[in-house]
Every structure is written in structure tokens, then in C-alpha cells.
Ligand binder design. Structure first.
Ligand code: UD1
Length: 422
């Protein structure tokens, strides 16, 4: 009996949505507690499946925590195992974030290989190469990354910009001996928050928010990690603003960080929507005419790949041909076939999708394939006539907190149902 989400035609939304803490900032921050000599409290932590998976992993290693009302208090001094097991890692690739901190604290660890996933091969070779350069001895055996050795700072050049790779090496470098320089580092706000948290806790880190980060490690001494409030989820904010856009409704997101959404807000404006910013609140106003758009996904501060699918859903309602190029991940067009099932007119040539709009959408059964693809299907379901059933809906709960409640509060009609066994 799997759950699916039934979405009823809901073309008029109104009101506001409070944005949760960022999943992708919470995950590295939680992993970084492995480096802490004392209990740490993180606030504004989203209660989403991915966060709970990482907590389960840490508990399995011996950590203790309490997680209520978005406040997480975690004690990692009790960790007595260094193997991140397949049964947990297989459900979330970002589990790889424990590799750097475990290795730098215990000088050894075993982490199950995350393997492939729906949006492409997504290897972890860059994480491993960097740790090897820092002196780790790494072998892959029985589906596990087995790493050992005392880490020493060095210069690392990432051949490709990697978000969790940068985070892993920053955490590893924090306890390593000497100076680590990461060249071609990721600049995402989530990476910045991790670096700032470590800096506030006494680690000397320079170049935060630039593509060259320098970290001076403690040579094995654990850190007094400070309590931190997780930054707002820019992808969740972008998704609800996209709900305003696709229904051409006035909608406000509160507790957001507009500075993290510059490229995204610019694309909304180019499509003809008016964007109003007041402190941490962003309001999208209806467009007279929705313009087609060109989007190229790239690393921050470029347009995020995690909002590509949602903008494709909006583009089905734009006038003319929109062109969306996915630069970061292969196979991240799995939502295209599903959007076409709803009546969209999208063709793919390699890494580029051409969306001809506007097309009326009609409700149908569709399949979620990954986290962000499933949110695009929910958006499309809002404007599709009749009813849309989004299957494999568990993908959504990996990253969107209280999604149904938040959508219902702004006037969308949807409910979670059980599917009968075939
Ligand atoms: C993170 C985000 C994810 C987002 C992605 C890109 C988290 C938990 N997840 O994922 O939501 O979509 O950034 O913004 O923060 N690569 C390699 N070898 C490696 C590592 C990466 O080839 O060792 C490639 C990937 O296949 C991809 C590119 O580098 O093509 C960028 O991936 P990366 O930034 O590492 O993504 P994640 O950190 O997994």
C-alpha cells in the first residue's frame, strides 16, 4: 500500500507560506557535529525524511539526539562505531557527508558507497581523491569505502565544483594537521553556512563564499561547535514562488532569504512576474502575459538545478518556446515525460529541453522520480483540469516539510491516499 498524492484543480492560490530551514544546509551542519567535543543545538532544522535519515545514521554510530519542534540537540561524544551501513546510506546519497568528519576524528571509517540514483551516476570520486591527497589510504571493498590514516592539510583542486565534496573536505580539514587549500570550491549558501559555523567555533577559515577556501586544522583536537540556526531553504522558497507563478496568483513566502535567490527572482521577472521584497518576505504578483524563458543551470550564484523542473512546469504556461539546459546532472529530465502525460509539449535534445507553451494541462496519473521532479508534478497538478495523482510521493517528503499543510493553507486542494495493491 503505497501513498500517492491526489491534487485537485486549484488554479487560484493566495496568502503566504513560511519557509523552513534548508535541508541542504542542515545535512552538513548535522554531519559536522561529529567534530564537536560537546553537545550542540541546531535550530530551524526541517523535519524532512533526509534529515531523519542522517540522524538515524548518526544514532547507529552511537550518537544521541533529541529532535522536536525543529530544534535538534545532538551529542556525538558517544560515537563508538565508524561504519556507515548500507541499509541507511542507500536511502540517501548525502550520507557521504559523514565520511570527512568520521575519518578526521577517528583516523578510520567505512562508508557504504552511495551508488547511482535516478538523476545520473553522481559519483563520489572527487571526495575520495581529495581525501587521498590529504593522506588517507582509501580502498573500495564489498561496496564500502574503507578509509584510514591521519589527515594532513594540502592543496586540493576540484576538477568539478562539488557541493557535498567541498563540505566533506572542509570538515575533514578542520581536524587535519596544518593548512588545507580548496581551489574551485563550491560557493553555495549552504557551504558558506557550514564554514561560518566552524569559524565561529574557533576554526581559522579564510575565503568563505569564494572559490578558494583555506582551512587551518586543529591536528585532531575536537571543536567546541557553537549552536546554529539553519538558513532558510532557498529551493523550498523558489518552489512556492513557482506555485504562485504557474497559477498566476499573488503569493508571499515569509522567513526566506532573498539574497540567496537572486538568479531565480530574475528569471521570474523575465517571465513577466512582479517580485516584491520586504526584509525576509518575497511576494510574487501575477503577470499580464507569461513570457517564455531561457535557463541554463549552473553552480551558485547561477540558476540552481534544484529549481529546473519547477521552472519547466511554469514554462508550459508561457507564451512561446522556452529553452532549459541542464548542465549539472545527466538524466535530470525524468519529469519531462510525466509533464507531457499531463498535456505539456516538451521535447529533449541531449541536455536541452524545449518547452512550447502555453498548453492546457489535464489531470492524469504521474510518477515522481526524484525530489525536485516530484515538486514540478505537484505544481503542474495545481493547474491541470480534474485530478492528478502523483505516485511515489515519498520523494517529496525527503525535502519538503509539511508540504500538504503548506499548500492547503494557500488554497490548494490535495490529499494523501493509499493505492490498492495491483
Ligand atoms: C548537492 C545538493 C543537491 C544539488 C547539487 C547541485 C546536497 C545534500 N545536495 O548535491 O541538492 O542538486 O548539490 O547543486 O547539498 N560529481 C562528480 N564527482 C564527485 C562529486 C560530484 O563527478 O565526486 C559531479 C556530479 O555528478 C554532478 C556535479 O559534480 O555532475 C555536481 O555535483 P555535486 O555538487 O557534488 O552535487 P551534490 O553535492 O551531490
Amino acid at each position: 500500500m503505497y501513498k500517492y498524492l491526489k491534487i485537485y484543480h486549484s488554479p487560484d492560490l493566495k496568502g503566504s507560506v513560511k519557509i523552513s530551514g534548508a535541508k541542504n544546509a542542515a545535512l552538513p551542519l548535522i554531519a559536522s557535529t561529529i567534530l564537536s567535543k560537546k553537545e550542540v543545538t541546531l535550530s530551524n532544522v526541517p523535519n524532512v525524511a533526509d534529515v531523519n535519515t542522517l540522524l538515524k545514521l548518526l544514532k547507529n554510530l552511537g550518537a544521541n539526539y533529541q529532535f522536536t519542534n525543529n530544534q535538534l540537540t545532538i551529542e556525538t561524544s558517544t560515537i563508538n562505531k565508524t561504519t556507515a551501513i548500507y541499509e541507511i546510506v542507500k536511502t540517501m546519497r548525502a550520507s557521504i557527508l559523514v565520511l570527512g568528519p568520521l575519518l578526521s576524528r577517528f583516523n578510520k571509517c567505512e562508508v557504504s558507497l552511495p551508488g547511482g540514483c535516478a538523476i545520473g551516476a553522481r559519483p563520489v570520486d572527487l571526495h575520495l581523491k581529495a581525501l587521498s591527497l590529504m593522506g588517507a589510504e582509501i580502498k573500495i571493498e564489498g561496496g564500502y569505502i574503507k578509509a584510514k590514516g591521519k589527515l594532513k592539510g594540502t592543496d586540493i583542486v576540484f576538477d568539478k565544483i562539488t557541493v557535498t565534496g567541498t563540505e566533506n573536505i572542509v570538515m575533514a580539514a578542520a581536524l587535519a594537521k596544518g593548512k588545507t587549500r580548496i581551489i574551485n570550491a563550491a560557493k553555495e549558501p549552504e557551504v558558506v553556512q557550514l564554514c561560518e559555523s566552524l569559524k565561529e567555533s574557533g576554526i581559522d577559515i579564510q575565503g568563505i563564499g569564494t572559490n578558494e577556501i583555506t582551512i587551518y586544522g586543529t591536528d585532531g583536537e575536537l571543536i567546541e561547535l557553537k549552536n546554529t540556526e539553519i538558513i532558510p531553504d532557498r529551493i523550498e522558497a523558489g518552489t512556492y514562488l513557482a506555485a504562485g507563478a504557474i497559477t498566476n496568483s499573488k503569493l508571499t513566502v515569509t522567513n526566506a532569504e532573498p539574497n540567496h535567490l537572486e538568479s531565480v527572482l530574475l528569471k521570474f521577472k523575465q517571465m513577466g512576474f512582479k517580485i516584491e521584497i520586504k526584509d525576509k518576505n518575497i511576494t510574487i504578483h501575477p503577470a499580464n502575459k507569461i513570457n517564455s524563458i531561457d535557463i541554463l543551470t549552473s553552480e551558485y550564484p547561477g540558476f540552481p538545478t534544484d529549481l529546473q523542473a519547477q521552472f519547466m512546469a511554469i514554462a508550459t504556461q508561457a507564451n512561446g518556446v522556452s529553452v532549459i539546459e541542464e548542465r549539472l546532472f545527466e538524466n535530470r529530465f525524468m519529469h519531462v515525460a510525466e509533464l507531457n502525460r499531463l498535456g505539456a509539449n516538451i521535447t529533449i535534445q541531449g541536455k536541452i529541453a524545449y518547452i512550447k507553451g502555453p498548453t492546457p494541462l489535464y489531470g492524469a496519473d504521474v510518477m515522481a522520480t526524484d525530489l525536485r521532479a516530484s515538486s514540478a508534478l505537484v505544481l503542474a497538478g495545481l493547474i491541470a483540469k480534474n485530478q492528478t495523482n502523483v505516485h511515489r510521493i515519498y520523494h517529496l517528503f525527503r525535502g519538503y516539510e509539511n508540504l500538504i499543510e503548506k499548500f492547503t493553507n494557500i488554497g490548494a486542494k490535495m490529499e494523501l491516499l493509499y493505492e490498492p495493491n495491483p
